[in-house]
Each structure stands twice: as C-alpha cells, then as structure tokens.
Design a protein around this ligand. Structure first.
Ligand SMILES: [Fe+2]
Length: 391
C-alpha cells in the first residue's frame, strides 16, 4: 500500500498522538458537554487455549488484567474486546462453552459498557452465527462524547474479507459525518497488508481505507497480531494491541508465526492491554500500554529543546521521523517570539521566563518551515527554521 509507514514503538509505555495526526488539520470544534474520556482495549483473549508450553496459566492473564482495569482511576467509559475472544474450535458446542465462560469472566469488570468484536477464531468457522447469537451484532456504530465509533467485522467471512454488503454499510455510515469528524474504527485484523504471508491483512481492507481516507481524523484500533504496532496509511492512524494469551513473533522475524514459547523467567511477557485517553483541548489521544501485571513504566517522550532570540532559532534545523510524536520545548532568551509552522498545524507564543511545549507528529515526509510571526522581520530576513521529516 503506497504512502503507508510502519513503526515499531513497543518500547514506549505511553504515546501521545494528535487527533487528525497533526498535519495542518484542525479537528472540529469541541462541543459543550464533550468531556475527556478513556477506553480500554483488550484483545485476543483466546479463552479455551490449551498449550502449557505457550501459556501454562491460560486463565491468569485476563484475571490479572481485570484486576488492574478495575483499579484504574478514572475508570474507562467503556472497554472494547477487539476479537479472538475465544480460541478456535470446530466443535460448535465447545465454541459456545468457551464464549459463555469468556462472557462470565468479563462480567467481573466494574465497567459494564463493553463492546465486542469477533475474530476469526470466534466467527470464522460458522460465519459468525454463534457470536451473533451469544454476543450480538458483528458490525455496528455508536457515538460517545462526540466521537463516532465504527466497529467492523473482518472475521466472519471464510476469507476474512469485509464483504461488499458491509462496505456499503460503512460508506453509508461515513456519509453522515463531515470531513472534520472524529472517527475511531475498531476491527480485529489489520485493514492493510501488514504481513499477508502470515494472514496479517484483510483481502478487501484497502476498500475500507479508501472510504476512510477522505476524513481527516480517523484512528483504527485492532488486534490479531498479538503485539503493539503503529502504522499510518495516508491520514489514517492504526494501532495494534497486545494479546492476552500468547505472543506472536514480529512480522517476518521467524519462519512461521507460531506463538512464542512461555518464558518462565519473564512470565506474562508481551501480554497486556491498553488504556486510551481522549482529550479535546488540545485534540489528542494518549495510549498507555499495560502489561497484565499492571506495572507501567514512565512515558518516554522525544523532546527537542529550541531557544529563540532576536533574530534566530537555535537549533534552526530540526530533523524528526514521520509519524513519531515529538515535543518541542521552546524558550525565549530576550523578548516574546512565536513558533508558527502552519503546515504542521501548530502555533504558540514563546514568552520569556516560560517553557512552551508543542507536540508535533508529521504524517508525511518533507521540509516544513517554521517562523516567528512576532517581531521577526530584520534586514537579514525572517526569523525562521526548518523541520525535515524523514521516513
Ligand atoms: Fe488472535
């Protein structure tokens, strides 16, 4: 898929993303009554999995995660399970037993607003019939605090496609929104060709991305690959979550995508969930990755310090990576200046004695000029610098 970038950021415990990806995009104005909120993404719980070499304590990760989630403060507004709730079985009765036990388990969550999405392990063997009967619809939409959430099913069809009917429904749903609407998609499998050799794709996912691309503020959360991954396709940001039962190797790093064996020295390593905090002012969302044991490292931020003085920035040449959030810390050594980079959609004043923090995330490569638009013109020219965004 052209124009798509991927970056592995699993080493970061918390990441902040700018809604609309920060490139000259102004999200629709927050409405009165819209409050910041959070939701939790759990994925690939694979209830019923049984292989002690891979996970000798198969019920523990979800129990531990529920305990951690129940202690989150504030509590998330809702919890989404992005597929493979149960481990695959061709026995219809066993499938129902597993789903029933999983549903019983998640009832231990204090938060009762739970959204479910099928994975192919849940729905691929019977076209989603058991899921529909025991859980509910496999694709649907809902609004929360002014954010439009869309749940897609790329698991029920035997080829893991979305299918023309669902794509038509998606097109009709999107028609109700304007180009600045905040849109979040939940889906099990990646909509792009992450690694087709291992089935990490959706055969007609590009059709869904084509429908989503005209919208400026689209974020996709998915599972299936049992590890954190952050990718962009044009303006669409996509975030894969860890699994709760076992870990897959990174794409192409092993001969097959057989689950990684249990490491007794690092129990539960690689298993976890994420909390997503959505803010409206500024427009951003923060992803915090939790191991099932609930210990979270301090967030790591890439910070670049810049000073401003008549009539230059130091440094005036900055290099950042496409798609990777960076915080610019700006200080003035004399009078008030500003940092204005219209092509990255950011501007703020730099007041002497204060530190101005500006978060940027560039979704495309290139050169972006920034200027001070206060007291800037000199005989030598404008007070300015350049940000080079590399892929
Ligand atoms: Fe899975």
């Amino acid at each position: 898929m052209s124009g798509q970038t991927r970056m592995i950021l699993a080493m970061f415990a918390a990441l902040v993303f700018v809604l609309g990806n920060g490139l000259g995009v102004r999200a629709e104005e927050s409405q009165p009554g819209q409050d910041d909120f959070s939701f939790v993404q759990l994925s690939d719980t694979h209830w019923g999995f049984d292989d002690p070499k891979i996970n000798p304590h198969p019920e523990d990760p979800l129990s531990k995660a529920i305990d951690v989630i129940n202690r989150l403060n504030p509590q998330p507004d809702f919890i989404v399970l992005t597929g493979d709730l149960t481990h695959k079985t061709d026995n219809a009765e066993e499938r129902r037993i597993r789903m029933n036990k999983l549903l019983e388990k998640v009832r231990l969550l204090n938060v009762k607003n739970i959204k479910f999405i099928p994975g192919e392990d849940d729905a691929g063997s019977d076209n989603g019939e058991t899921f529909k009967e025991m859980v509910g619809a496999t694709h649907y939409a809902f609004d929360h605090q002014g954010v439009h959430f869309i749940v897609l099913d790329n698991a029920s069809n035997s080829d893991s496609s979305l299918g023309d009917e669902q794509l038509k429904w998606l097109a009709g749903t999107l028609q109700k929104f304007n180009s600045d609407s905040r849109i979040v998609v939940f889906v099990h499998r990646p909509l792009f060709d992450l690694y087709p050799r291992w089935g990490w794709q959706t055969p007609d996912g590009s059709k869904a991305l084509d429908l989503l691309t005209p919208y400026k503020n689209v974020t996709v959360f998915y599972g299936h690959i049992h590890q954190v991954d952050h990718s962009m396709s044009g303006p669409v940001a996509m975030h894969a979550a860890k699994g709760m039962m076992y870990v897959y190797p990174a794409a192409g790093s092993a001969l097959t995508n057989a689950p990684v064996p249990w490491n007794p020295d690092l129990p539960y390593d690689g298993l976890g969930f994420r909390n997503v905090k959505v803010r409206f002012n500024p427009d951003e969302y923060k992803i915090t990755e939790y191991p099932v044991t609930g210990l979270v490292a301090e967030p790591l931020e890439h910070v670049i310090q810049i000073t401003a003085r008549r009539y230059a920035f130091d440094p005036s040449e900055i290099k950042i990576k496409m798609g990777v959030p960076v915080v610019l810390e700006l200080t003035s050594l004399d009078v008030k200046h500003s940092f204005n980079c219209p092509d990255l959609g950011v501007r703020d004043e730099i007041v002497p004695g204060k530190v101005t923090r500006i978060r940027v995330q560039a979704p495309r490569g290139g050169m972006f000029v920034f200027k001070s638009d206060i007291d800037s013109l000199t005989e030598q020219g404008e007070m300015q610098g350049r940000i080079t965004v590399v892929r």
